[in-house]
Design a protein around this ligand. Sequence first.
Ligand code: SF4
Ligand code: SF4
Length: 182
Amino acid sequence: MQKMLNAYAELEHSIRNLMTELFSETCGMCTACCCRADICEEATGSAFLSLLLKKQGLSERDMDEKYGWLDLHGCSLEYGRPPICYAYYCDQLLSRLPDDETRFSARILGNLMQHIGENALGGWHLVEIMDSKDLEKLDYPTLFQRLEESQAAFHVIEGFMQSGRLTAADHEVLNVITDEAP
Ligand code: SF4
Ligand code: SF4
């Protein structure tokens, strides 16, 4: 489990940094922030995300009743955010992206954390598991495979943001994620 937590946190950290770089100009000026305390609460209800909170020295007691994990600088969680926090793009944000290929890449980027935990226990997503004992029953080989797929897609998107080009091989890597996107 520790190996999965470390690798998951590392990838989430990288995704968070890239999204901040790409979108902070628009989201930083936004007066209709899409963060909501009920979404923040998912991080404390989920057994897996709670372990990620603990890893950074946080617990439910540290969450603000009204603003959740949001502070003046944005979301205060380094990692362990509910995957939906990365997947949502408002129309304004999407319309500011230069072309369809960038919008496609951004959408995949937003789905990478969601992809890792799909069907982690029967039909349950990893972050929907509430009982920590159920984490022992996870199919770890499949979970690590999904993590590797998300890591590979992340590197493709990082490359695209620099080169502005996606090859046929890049699309193959990204399509693994699109097939599973919520
Ligand atoms: S995604 Fe849209 S609504 Fe949410 S913070 Fe960014 S600009 Fe605002
Ligand atoms: S990004 Fe952070 S503050 Fe915003 S809804 Fe998600 S957990 Fe809450």
